[in-house]
Design a protein around this ligand. Structure first.
Ligand SMILES: [Fe+2]
Length: 247
C-alpha cells in the first residue's frame, strides 16, 4: 500500500501529535475537517490518535477542564460517524511562566506512563527551561520535546541536545516539518537530527486533511527520507491503545 504509515513504510500505528480537536460550538466545517483527518488516519492503518491542543498563557481558553470537555463531545461525534479510531487527549505545553504552576498542581494531560509533551519557544531558549525540566522529572514525568527541528538555538546545539537527553528527555519529530511546510532549513535540520538518531517519537503535527496529504506525498517522494524514517526506532507503540496492546 502506498502511504507513509503502512507496514512497508514507517509502520506507525499511533499518531501522537496533531491539532484537530474542535472547540465546543465551533463552525461545523471544522468538525467535519477533524473527522476527515481521523478517517484518513483510519485508512492509513493508524488505530490510536492523540490530539494535542496548545496550552499556554496566550491561549487561556485551553484549560485542563475545557480540553477534556471538548474531547468528550468529539468522541461522541467519532462514534456517530462510525470511525474506528481510539481518540486520546493530551496537550502540548508551552514552556512559559504558567507551566510551573500547572506542574505543581499536577494539572497535566499526559500520555501513558506520565510522558508529557512540551514545546519550546521558537527563537530563544527560555530562562526557566532547566527549572521546568528538573521539576517535571522530580514529579515523575518524562518530558517529550516537540519538534526540535524547528528551534534555531537547539537544532544544531549538540551539547544542549545531549544534555537534555542525558537528563531523560525524549525528542519528537513532526512530519509536517519534513514535508517542507516551514521551509528547507527546517527539512535539513530534521534530516540531520534523524541521521544523528536523536528522535524517539514521531507525529504528524497536522492540523488538516490537506496537511496529511502533503506529508504523505512529499515524504513518499523522497527515498532518503523513507530510509531514514525506517531506520529510526520510533517508540510510538508504547502509547498505542489498540486492542492487542490492552490485553
Ligand atoms: Fe504542535
Amino acid at each position: 500500500m502506498n502511504y507513509l504509515f503502512s507496514r512497508n513504510k514507517i509502520n506507525i500505528d499511533t499518531e501522537i501529535h496533531c491539532h484537530i480537536l474542535p472547540t465546543v460550538g465551533c463552525d461545523p466545517e471544522f468538525t467535519n475537517q477533524a473527522l476527515g483527518v481521523l478517517k484518513t488516519f483510519q485508512y492509513y492503518g493508524v488505530n490510536t490518535v492523540y490530539v494535542t491542543p496548545h496550552v499556554r498563557l496566550t491561549r487561556p481558553s485551553n484549560t485542563h477542564k475545557s480540553i477534556l470537555e471538548r474531547a468528550e463531545v468529539f468522541k461522541k461525534q467519532i462514534t456517530e460517524n462510525k470511525i474506528k479510531i481510539k481518540l486520546e487527549v493530551v496537550a502540548e505545553y508551552y514552556v512559559d511562566e504558567g507551566l510551573s504552576s500547572l506542574i505543581d498542581n499536577e494539572l497535566l494531560l499526559t500520555y501513558p506512563q506520565s510522558h508529557v509533551l512540551i514545546e519550546l519557544p521558537m527563537r530563544f531558549k527560555p530562562d526557566n527551561l532547566d527549572e521546568i525540566i528538573k521539576k517535571l522529572l522530580a514529579k515523575g514525568y518524562t518530558p517529550i520535546i516537540a519538534h526540535p527541528e524547528l528551534h534555531h538555538y537547539l537544532r544544531y546545539d549538540w551539547k544542549m541536545i545531549v544534555d537534555l537527553k542525558n537528563q531523560g528527555c525524549l525528542f519528537q519529530l513532526n512530519l509536517i516539518n519534513m514535508a517542507g511546510y516551514f521551509g528547507e532549513d527546517v527539512v535539513a535540520a530534521a534530516e540531520n537530527l534523524l541521521r544523528s538518531k536523536i528522535y524517539d517519537l514521531v507525529g504528524t503535527g497536522a492540523h488538516s486533511r490537506e496537511q496529511l496529504r502533503l506529508i504523505n506525498e512529499q515524504i513518499l517522494q523522497n527515498k532518503n527520507f523513507i530510509i531514514l524514517l525506517r531506520n529510526t526506532n520510533f517508540k510510538n507503540k508504547m502509547f498505542s491503545k489498540s486492542e492487542q496492546n490492552e490485553r
